[in-house]
Design a protein. Sequence first.
Length: 301
Amino acid sequence: MEKADSSRRASKNQPNPLPILAILAKHVGELAVNEKQVFSPILKRRHPFSAGVAVATLHACYGNEIKQFISSIVELTPDAVQVLRAADKLEKDLVQIAVEDSVDNDDGGKAIIREMPPYEAEVAIANLVWNPQANQEGYAPSAVEVLRIIDETLDAYFQLPIPMHPALLPDLMAGLDRCLQYYATKAKSGCGSRNTYVPNMPALTRCTAGSKFAWKKKDKLPNTRKRNSQVVTMNGDNSFGVPQLCVRINTLHRIRSELDVLEKRIITHLRNSESAHAEDFTNGLAKKLLTPAACIEGVNN
């Protein structure tokens, strides 16, 4: 931690200083590599899987810090993203070292891996991206960022001092369109299947036509009863909850509506371009560039 503090003080002079936990993750990773290369070859005489034990210990130490950090996050800030990505990279590096050190073991290092409970940094990012409490607008901020980048790209393109804006525009928009479709596909794929949100069918009852029913009030079960997966899914505590699904749908609708704005902006740019011709508008050049198919498919699914 002292080394991390000194690195943080040094990084304050940089334009974008790293958060302390991101710096700590970097130093823990370097310490693990140094442990594997310098100390483990000697310690293997005493313990056959010394490197695995060492990285498991480092994993637990950093885990104490990152879990407190994850539990305190209320919104996905740039610093939070840096920390979570650094934690995810560190965990993958530590697991890789543990697996390589246990390659000669019968279980292939599974015993060591079980001693390294996952940080779930990627899950934390996904939950915050689609969490309705963290997104007061009702849609993911990442979608706004993607649309902003596309808007800036178009502005920069039409400011280029070149005479063939209409000729090169389809290739540019095809690439941007693929990026939007990839985003929409990712948003859709994280929703789970339809069965995730469909309640389980009730148990069937058997009776004859002349059966008489004596209705009896069912006793309440204690609060400690085990909830089924349907209730857990619908309570909104994870990335597959109904509130998170609504955020994803709102995000896809937002992208779909912004496509119309982008089309109008493209037409305006073409009209202001000296190299544009009348056939560029009559052929519907701008309207063929961005397709909302991925967004519509995502909402329907």
